[in-house]
Write a protein that binds this ligand. Structure first.
Ligand SMILES: [Zn+2]
Length: 269
């Protein structure tokens, strides 16, 4: 790793650099890393904030939504003035204001089979999406292309997180198929405690930084459950499934023939 931290960077990242577990080499590694954040909403907001602050040198952000006032209760990367602005624009502006070291690329689109190749340019992916088609597409594409994923999901007062690496079990090993369309409510219809995605997103950001540093023990083969009401964390181990579509004994080598359908209830209002 070539080391070229300037005086401003030595100052900005001094609390990283003084730790043996990061040090100047680790910080240089973060500045050299590229992380794609899929979703600039409740989970994506804290992920984007902390990865930008940590000096992850290249951040990609994928989102096809515009900021709505009802988002602001939890999507803390956006402000009242951003209502009506594409979320990728608002999030990129936040990153540029926080840390000029970070190159940020916004993709104002929904991730689909047709554009998923853009993911291949990144070292690490954070799945901060809010729907099953994107979740399975990210899992499948990243597994085929050996890209680690920090996964997170939330529901009302509860959340879950796990980390998917090329030699560990994948999201489909845990949940082989998405639930039937219409059986799972989404945030718009059920509500979510505003601070909940903050907690989960911070866990995902922690995992992404560890993956970029190649440090610590990521949440591999472990599903972390968080219950905000009981204030409990529980970790459940899970294994690779030999029948898994993408990491089992007879894995697919392309997402082209997989169907990614939306299982979320569509909000009526
Ligand atoms: Zn699998």
């Amino acid at each position: 790793m070539s080391l070229s931290l300037d005086a401003t960077q030595l100052d900005r990242y001094s609390r990283h650099i003084i730790m043996d577990e990061v040090g100047p080499d680790g910080q240089a590694r973060l500045l050299d890393a590229s992380v794609l954040v899929v979703g600039a909403g409740g989970l994506g907001s804290p992920v984007i904030q902390y990865l930008a602050a940590a000096g992850v040198g290249h951040l990609g952000i994928v989102d096809d939504d515009v900021v709505e006032r009802s988002n602001l209760q939890r999507q803390v990367v956006h402000g009242d003035d951003d209502v009506g602005t594409p979320k990728v624009e608002s999030a990129a502006a936040f990153v540029r204001r926080l840390n000029p070291d970070v190159d940020v690329d916004g993709y104002e689109t929904r991730l689909t089979k047709e554009n998923v190749e853009l993911v291949a340019d990144y070292d690490v992916v954070v799945d901060a999406s809010d729907n099953f088609p994107t979740r399975y597409l990210v899992n499948d594409f990243c597994r085929i292309h050996d890209i680690p994923v920090a996964h997170g999901a939330i529901y009302k007062f509860e959340g879950q997180a796990t980390t998917l690496v090329p030699d560990g079990p994948c999201y489909r090993c845990l949940f082989p198929e998405a639930p039937e369309p219409g059986t799972v409510p989404d945030c718009a219809t059920t509500g979510v405690l505003g601070v909940l995605p903050g907690t989960l997103g911070c866990i995902q950001a922690t995992e992404a930084v560890k993956l970029a540093l190649d440090a610590g023990d990521p949440l591999v083969g472990r599903l972390l459950f968080y219950d905000a009401m009981d204030m409990t964390f529980e970790t459940v181990p899970y294994r690779q499934n030999p029948d898994c579509l993408v990491c089992g004994d007879d894995p697919i080598d392309s997402v082209a023939d997989v169907e990614y359908t939306d299982a979320c209830t569509v909000s009526s209002d």
